[in-house]
Ligand binder design. Structure first.
Ligand code: NAI
Length: 471
């Protein structure tokens, strides 16, 4: 409907078509809203196009190649594994294309109108949408901002897309780099560093803090460190990067390492030092919304901003910048717009890092639980005692549960090992259902499978695990 002479009225306007925005749009449509979704780029956002999905495809392909080269002990001798990197990238692109196409069909099937264009707020309930051919003003009853984030740029190491790159370029390189310096030993640096190392690149990770993956339980990080070393990845901690010299064939990065100046050369420098919310170029001030000093939009438990008509979800609403958090918040925002009482509860947020071995955790660590006043019990079951892990030739790591001593309720879990990324879902479900360790122990787990380690760890809390000696 056209309002006055110039504005098109819309019920719910979703800005951004990533895992936050498209999910919010579908849920709002399911709840009877007339929804318009605007994205300036392809549907699927960073996650599908330049993040989670393409990186997992490359990580998997690199892992397959690595395993082939390292399976002699299982009696598999492969003569000369050859990697056709261009074909690997093509396959990765085909995976991305299938998923982005699927998002378009889902939006269409839910009668969400999709516009390719750029959004700029022009008032408290209006936006201008600039497409290739025109500029239209929309007046919305509600708006959901889901514009995501972009790689954070270090001023002295500006991205040039060729020698100094972000994760975006790292997922679409023409050839496997000979040497790669990675600035930042966080999620991206370690996932891609591991993958490129398995493809044959000589990788150096420069991490500013005392440890890679700062904030992650040190007992988990230890195992990743050990494997990086085995792969031949050089990890330098306490390394604050200062500058880069691109004048030669290679790039030379200068960093201060524990008070000493050191240089590191490579043909590619991947900078992965965090992400910045995309909130600076959409005219938020005209909508009456302010961000904090990191560019994050403050929201309430229904994802509503200071402007009650406008909601913000995903990376623009703050850490953790994870796709599944964005989708979850999108559903809550859409339901709030439809008048439901939904609110966010992050107690059982899963964190997953696709290193080798994989890491996954949720809820509280032992230390955090104690700090919160719980009398805790911790049980750790080793994958080395699990038949399936051994038969997968992946028996490194453990499944650890932190439980409340009084009620036996699961407060959190830390997993390092095979399929940790999938196994964490069982813990998240248990926590959501308010399960205690007896519930988990009484659940029949198929044998031989990896999730048996969860059952055993739960039994360990009660002192009756079968496949380990109870303390
Ligand atoms: P990050 O926050 O995970 O890690 C950045 C690292 O860079 C930190 O360890 C930090 O101490 C270090 N650092 C910062 N400034 C530095 C400097 N000047 N010199 C050296 N080190 C420096 O950020 P990252 O890896 O860029 O990833 C961004 C976000 O993307 C993650 O936080 C995560 O939310 C998301 N992500 C999630 C994945 C998953 O769920 N599996 C995979 C990849 C990314």
């Amino acid at each position: 409907m056209v309002v006055g002479d110039f504005a098109t009225e819309v019920d719910v306007l979703v800005v951004g078509g990533g895992p936050g925005g498209y999910v919010a749009a579908i849920r709002a449509a399911q709840l009877g809203k007339k929804v318009v979704l605007v994205d300036k780029d392809e549907l699927g956002g960073v996650c599908l196009n330049r993040g989670c999905i393409p990186s997992k495809a490359i990580i998997h392909a690199a892992d397959e190649a690595h395993k082939m080269k390292n399976s002699q002990h299982m009696g598999i001798e492969v003569d000369g594994v050859k990697i056709n990197f261009a074909d690997m990238i093509k396959w990765k692109d085909s995976v991305v294309k299938k998923l982005t196409g699927g998002v378009g069909s889902l939006l269409k099937g839910n009668k969400v109108e999709v516009i390719q264009g750029e959004v700029y707020f022009s008032g408290e309930d209006t936006v201008k949408v600039a497409t290739e051919s025109n500029s239209t003003t929309y007046q919305f009853n509600h708006c959901i901002i889901a514009t995501g984030s972009r790689p954070f740029e270090i001023p002295s190491l500006k991205f040039d897309g060729k020698k100094i790159i972000s994760s975006t370029e790292a997922l679409s390189l023409d050839e496997i780099p000979e040497k790669m310096v990675i600035v930042g030993g966080g999620y991206i640096g370690l996932e891609l560093g591991t993958a490129y190392s398995k493809l044959g690149t000589q990788v150096t990770v420069l991490e500013g803090m005392d440890s890679i993956l700062p904030g992650v339980d040190p007992s988990m990080v230890r195992m990743v460190n050990r494997n990086l070393k085995k792969l031949g990845v050089e990890v330098v901690t306490g390394a604050m990067v200062q500058s880069a010299d691109k004048s030669g064939k290679d790039v030379t990065v200068t960093a201060e390492v524990k008070g000493e100046e050191k240089t590191f050369s490579a043909d590619k420098v991947l900078v992965a030092v965090g992400r910045k919310p995309n909130t600076d170029e959409i005219g938020l001030d005209l909508a009456g919304i302010e961000t904090d000093d990191k560019g994050i939009i403050p929201v309430d438990r229904q994802m509503r901003t200071k402007n009650s008509k406008i909601f913000a979800i995903g990376d623009v609403a703050g850490q953790p910048m994870l796709a599944h958090k964005a989708s979850y918040e999108g559903k809550v925002a859409a339901e709030a717009i439809a008048g439901q009482t939904s609110e966010v509860d992050y107690r059982a947020m899963p964190y997953v890092i696709f290193t080798d071995p994989e890491l996954a955790y949720t809820g509280l660590t032992e230390k955090e639980a104690k700090e919160q006043g719980y009398d805790v019990k911790v049980s750790r079951f080793s994958f080395a005692a699990n038949g399936r892990a051994l038969s997968l030739d992946a028996a490194e790591g453990f499944f650890q549960i932190v439980a409340d001593k009084e009620t036996s309720q699961v407060l959190g879990a830390q997993i390092v090992g095979p399929e940790a990324s999938s196994l964490i879902s069982e813990v998240v479900l248990a926590m959501e259902m308010g399960a205690n360790t007896e519930d988990i122990a009484l659940t029949i787990h198929a044998h031989p499978t990896l999730p048996e380690t969860f059952m055993e760890a739960a039994e360990g809390i009660m002192g009756n695990a079968i496949h380990m000696v109870n303390k």
